[in-house]
Structures are given as C-alpha cells and as structure tokens.
Design a protein around this ligand. Structure first.
Ligand code: AHR
Length: 488
C-alpha cells in the first residue's frame, strides 16, 4: 500500500490550461485528410473541417493550437494561402516528403478550425526564408480593424472582423531546419523581426522566440541574454524516443526493454527541463518569460510501408504512460512552463487521432488528454508519496507519478503506474472531506495494445473503483495504467 498525502492548503502554482496545447503542421496527413477535406468530399465536414475530428477534439477542450509548423513554417509564405482556393499557387513541401502543397488550408481556414474547436490560435512566422515585411504584413492582415489595404484585402477574402491572434512564434528551430543559424545571429534576427510585430488589436501579441533543442543550454543563454527583453516566451523542443535520435524504435513492436528505455528517456527530459529552467532563472530572475514547450512527445520510426516523410506512427499504452509522466513534469514546473504543444494532433508522431479515409480512431494519448482535462487551469497542490523509483536504462524511473490540482472546489488527482508487472494500491489521505468520488482507468492487456481501424476501442477508459471513506480514498492501480480521480 502506498500512502499519499494531499495538502490542498499548500498551493504550488497554476497549471496553465495551455500545457494541454496541440500542434498541427503541414506534414503528412495531419492537415489534409486528418483535419481538412474537400467541402464536397463524402466525409461530413463544415467548411472543409471534418465533423468527426472536430467533435472529438472538442471533447479534449483543446486550449491552443500551433500552426503551420514546425519546419514547414520557415518555408511558408502566407500570401499563397489566402483568396480564391483555385487560384492559390502550389508549392513543394521540401521538408516533408516533397509532396505538392496546394495551399487550400491557409490563414482563414486555420482561424475557422480554431473557432470550430474553441481554442486560441498560435501562429509561427517565417524567419528562415521570409522577410520582415512579409511577417509584419501578415500581422496587419490578420489583426488590423481599421481601413488599410491589407485589412481590406482580408475583408475581400471574407473576414470583416479582425482575427484574434494571441500567440506568435518568431521562427521555428532556427538552429536547424529554420536556417541553421547561430544563437548570436538568431538573437539579432529575433530583435529585428519582433520589432515589426505590431499590436493592432486590444490585446498585445504574445511573442515567442525560437528556443533551444533538447540539451542545448547555450542557445537558451545567448538568446535570453541578447534578446530576452523583447519576448514574452521562448520555446523549447524535446522529443522522447525508445533510445535516442538514432534508435527511435518501433511505435507498436517493442519489448520490455523498449517500454522502460522510453520511460528512462522521459527522465532524461526531466533533467534537461530543470537545466533549461535554471538557465532561465539566471537570465530572467523575475520569471517574466514563459517557457513554451511547443514540440514534445514520443518520436518513433514511421510505420513500415508509409511515406518516411509523413512521420506516421501507432500509439500504444506506452505513449499514454510516458505522456502522463511528462505532463506531470510540466505541472511540477508550472511556474515557468506556461504552454506545451504535443506533436502532433492528427496522423503524425504521438497523435490524438488517426484517420484512414472516412474512418477515425482515438489513440491512448487522446484518452490521456481527455482524462487530464480537470487539471486545466487548476491550482497545483502539495502531494507527498513514495514514488517507488527503480533503475532502468541508467535512469531512476518512478514507478508511480501522481499529481493533484484544485479547481472550483473539485480536486483532480492523476496517477500513473509505469511498472509492467506490479499493481499498486493507493491510500490517498485528504486534508478535507469530500462527498463524491469518480475515477477512470486506462490500461491494456498487453503493453503493445493500440487502437486500430479494425479494433478501434481496444484501449479504452473504464470506470475505476474508488472507495471514499471520510478523508481517505483507496484505489487499486493495475500494472501499466493511467488513472484520473475526481473528488467533489
Ligand atoms: O514535429 C516534426 C518536426 O520536428 C517539426 O517540423 C520540427 O520543428 C521538429 O524538428
């Protein structure tokens, strides 16, 4: 029996709802087919947005969506994606499979998608191959309310009111696919581009600088030192693998070693996150700049037989388990981590949803995000327990990771058991009495279980028995599971 003590009086910060953000790039079948189809296709849609996918995403209460990339962003010219669809120029998507992009999904379609899902838009601009003027004009086109040629062009294209744009990223991975820049050079570029991101609307645009990849703390240091005063947020990308970049592993064919080494990689991510935050604390001691983890998730080898440039992978219980461990890391560091965008929303990497023509399946990661909804904007509360850490692939991996938050008088407790062969019994001691408890569990018969088009509900949440007695709740967590408990 593991004793867990929750002290709701000790609040540790707010879990920004944007930690549950999503990312959709023009990559593989994420946008086309995954989200957007021809209006006259047989797949039910509203203005091209798939009705089944939009309904499923609404269930997640997606807070924010990042678009159009990723690497695609620094090759994207927004003017190609406005106006009459039939006249929009084609381009070659050089980053992702060399396929032809017809630009039918552009600025107006992106805002329409956000409106249908009910989330904030987060757009990444083109620094790598675009100009300062192109970026400044895009902002004016989208957000200016007055009489200007760009605002009038937007009106001519069907949008009278300005779009509400809250978050804007100044380039993506400019240390790599976004221009192979050095941090000194990018810092100067950032200062220049960011100057011309004007505030036309009532709410100022929240500017996000391109931050480092994974363990690169020097990029973080230089960019904060040279340009920190001009940004509200800085990004950080960290993918997790079965091993590392050269040994990504198969998404649904793996053994116990593959299970545990992926969890060990999540622990390496924890250490790196703490290091990056320590650098931020040096250069921004007042905690004014947000850490925006705008790409994270499991990156495995693409499914055999699929286009290697499309990054299509399956999604198993392993993704749900390591996903919860990582989301808890963001909770623990919510003082700095104000947004995170899992890569990517549909059909790419650690996706919420997979589609095949008109068919759609919800992945274990989708269930994880739905089960975690209660944490969005909740106040993280103090929790004490023995996490039963064990050794795996050179790291100390927690057997149990538990997080609790309070919102509108309700307490959400999420818990993950990472062990493949050991159950766990939790006795959760609360510092006040609750009258109602409900709980959900996601587990599988086999660690490789996933939802397929033939068996779409193989890994699905079930009710978890939770016994509430005075100020104690008891639950039994089977091996390899995630659970969410709500107390009112
Ligand atoms: O998410 C896939 C790719 O990973 C993104 O385009 C890029 O930013 C990162 O390298």
């Amino acid at each position: 029996m593991t004793e867990v003590k929750i002290n709701t009086k000790r609040k540790l910060g707010v879990i920004d709802r944007n930690i549950y953000g999503q990312f959709a790039e023009h990559l593989g079948r994420c946008i086309y087919e995954g989200i957007y189809v021809d209006e006259d296709s047989g797949i039910p849609n509203v203005n091209g947005m798939r009705s089944d996918v939009v309904a499923a995403l609404k269930e997640l209460s997606v807070p924010v969506l990042r678009w159009p990339g990723g690497c695609f962003a620094d090759d994207y010219h927004w003017r190609d994606g406005i106006g009459d669809k039939e006249k929009r120029p084609y381009m070659v998507n050089t980053n992702w499979g060399g396929v032809v992009e017809n630009n039918h999904f552009g600025t107006h379609e992106f805002f329409e998608l956000c409106e249908q899902i009910g989330c904030e838009p987060y757009i990444t601009g083109n620094v790598g191959s675009g100009t300062v003027q192109e970026m400044r004009d895009w902002i004016e086109y989208m957000t200016f309310d007055g009489d200007s040629p760009l605002a009038n062009e937007r009106r001519k294209n069907g949008r009278e009111e300005p779009f509400k744009l809250k978050y804007f990223g100044v380039g993506n991975e400019n240390w790599g696919c976004g221009g192979n820049m050095r941090p000194e050079y990018y810092s100067d570029q950032y200062r220049r581009y960011a100057t011309f991101i004007r505030n036309y609307g009532e709410e100022p645009v929240f500017k996000i600088a391109c931050g480092p990849n994974s363990v690169d703390t020097r990029w973080m240091e230089v960019v904060l030192k040279e340009a920190g005063q001009f940004m509200q947020g800085i990004s950080w990308h960290n993918y997790t693998y079965e091993g590392d970049w050269d040994h990504k592993g198969n998404s649904c064919v793996f053994d116990e070693k593959g299970w545990y080494s992926n969890l060990a990689d999540a622990e390496r991510m924890r250490k790196t996150l703490i290091k990056q935050i320590a650098v931020m604390d040096c250069f921004d001691p007042e905690n004014k700049i947000a850490l925006i983890v705008d790409e994270w998730g499991n990156w495995f080898d693409c499914m055999p037989g699929t286009n290697p440039g499309f990054l299509y992978q399956q999604n198993t219980m392993r993704d749900a388990v390591s996903g919860m461990v990582i989301l808890h890391m963001f909770h623990e560091n919510c003082r700095r981590v104000k947004m995170a965008n899992i890569a990517q929303m549909i059909n790419v990497l650690q996706a919420m949803i997979l589609t095949e023509g008109e068919k759609m399946v919800l992945t274990p990661t989708y269930h994880l995000f739905r089960m975690m909804k209660g944490h969005q904007d909740g106040e993280l509360v103090d929790i004490v327990y023995d996490n039963g850490a064990y050794e795996a692939d050179g790291e100390r991996v927690p057997k149990l990771s538990i997080s609790a938050s309070e919102k509108n008088g309700a307490l959400t407790v999420s818990a993950v058991n990472t062990k493949l062969d050991e159950d766990a019994e939790l006795e959760i001691e609360l510092d006040r009495e609750y009258s109602e408890v409900s709980a959900e569990l996601l587990t599988a018969g086999d660690m490789r279980d996933c939802n397929t088009f033939e068996e779409p509900e193989k890994v699905s949440p079930v009710k978890l028995e939770a016994e509430l007695c005075a100020n104690k709740v008891r639950v039994k967590l089977p091996a390899m599971c995630i659970a969410a408990i709500t107390l009112k």
